[in-house]
Ligand binder design. Structure first.
Ligand SMILES: CC(C)(COP(=O)(O)OP(=O)(O)OC[C@H]1O[C@@H](n2cnc3c(N)ncnc32)[C@H](O)[C@@H]1OP(=O)(O)O)[C@@H](O)C(=O)NCCC(=O)NCCS
Length: 332
């Protein structure tokens, strides 16, 4: 078995397709029934120089003349500068041979060199191989999430005909917040800080107007379409809440439901359900090719989970985020 750095931009089609096999087989084993990207979409995403979270570096493991494992080291570069987001995948038939551990080990010197002290693993299926592997290496579970998804053709659109709570209207845009709303919108986004974060070290962005504009630019640069619906309190003009949907050009039939937040003063009026329902009405009217929408919600965020069920999401699986100090991993 050989571990080597991997550069997707220079990789052959065969190498990309071997990475695709490893990645999608591991994913489907943990999450049967969840759609996987096409190989072309996977390749397009892999070849992008950065992810939305930061720069990425890759290593692969080769055995029997092909790629049998890969690791992605993501180095967040806007916030969370002390940690990495590290994702390891090993082919089902090559597990328990030390490959996953060797791939993780390969990332640690680079992580240290750029000042990272914590390694984070995200979305490990609770009770799956990944969680058992991580715990044997000294990672601790810091938070659980539920994966929820909405299969558009299976959902009755009546679920999205929700009457506006009295005194509120919606505004919506793609790509860039209107100048007149951006300050209020940024302030509404700060309400995400109240979402449960368990023991996780990951911090949400500090949503100033500048950070909002940077996020919009990052999405544009990656060919991702951002669709925002906000609730506006009509008497005061306050942006009371927002919900964000992102569509990647590499996977145009999938919607990623991202942050939803309502300012504390406006909670308890049904705004969360209202704006998420509006988002689905707008999305399905303008983007009929989208047939599947996915979201993650903290497992203890009962209110958001219930709202998602009300607009047609079902819960597919429970996953964990794990963290370890690099010192702990190296000592191991
Ligand atoms: C997690 C994963 C990368 C591990 O790869 P691997 O090559 O099998 O891991 P290793 O051989 O290095 O395992 C090292 C140790 O972890 C523990 N371990 C790994 N898988 C285990 C399992 N299914 N049950 C119990 N312990 C396990 C064992 O102690 C193992 O040592 P041992 O085989 O000598 O007993 C692989 O299972 C995988 O791809 N899972 C799906 C993706 C995922 O969840 N990744 C998590 C990190 S983001």
């Amino acid at each position: 078995m050989d571990i080597a750095s991997f550069f997707p931009a220079r990789a052959t089609e065969r190498e990309i397709s071997e990475c695709y096999e490893v990645s999608t087989a591991a994913f489907s084993a943990d999450f049967p029934g969840r759609p996987v990207p096409s190989c072309a979409a996977f390749a397009e995403q892999l070849r992008m120089p950065t992810s939305l979270l930061g720069t990425q570096r890759f290593w692969v493991a080769r055995a029997h003349g092909r790629i049998v494992g890969m690791v992605t080291l993501t180095l967040p570069d806007r916030e969370n500068l002390q940690l990495t987001i590290t994702s390891v995948r090993v082919a089902l038939g090559d597990r328990r041979r030390g490959i996953g551990t060797a791939l993780l080990r390969a990332t640690l010197p680079d992580a240290r060199t750029v000042g990272r002290v914590v390694v984070t693993g995200q979305g490990l299926k609770v009770g799956g191989d990944g969680e058992k592997w991580a715990s044997s290496l000294g990672f601790g579970k810091v938070q659980e999430f539920v994966l929820q998804s909405l299969t558009v053709p299976d959902v009755d659109p009546d679920l999205w005909r929700v009457t506006a709570p009295a005194g509120f209207r919606t505004e919506q845009w793609t790509g860039a917040a209107p100048q007149g709303l951006v300050a209020g919108y940024a302030r509404a986004r700060t309400a995400i800080m109240d979402a449960p974060t368990g023991e996780s070290s990951l911090r949400f962005p500090d949503w100033t107007v500048d950070r909002v504009r940077q996020h919009e630019a990052d999405l544009r640069e990656r060919g991702e379409e951002q669709r925002i619906v906000v609730a506006v309190h009509e008497r005061t003009g306050t942006v009371a809440g927002l919900t964000e949907m992102v569509i990647s050009s590499a996977r145009p039939t999938v919607g990623y439901q991202q942050e939803t937040a309502v300012l504390p003063a406006f909670r308890g009026h049904g705004l969360g359900r209202f704006i998420k329902a509006r988002q689905m009405q707008w999305l399905t009217a303008e983007r009929p090719e989208i047939d599947w929408v996915a979201t993650n919600t903290a497992a203890d965020n009962a209110h958001m989970i219930r709202v998602n069920h009300q607009v047609g999401y079902r819960t597919d699986a429970t996953v964990a985020d794990v963290e370890a100090q690099i010192d702990t991993l190296e000592a191991h």
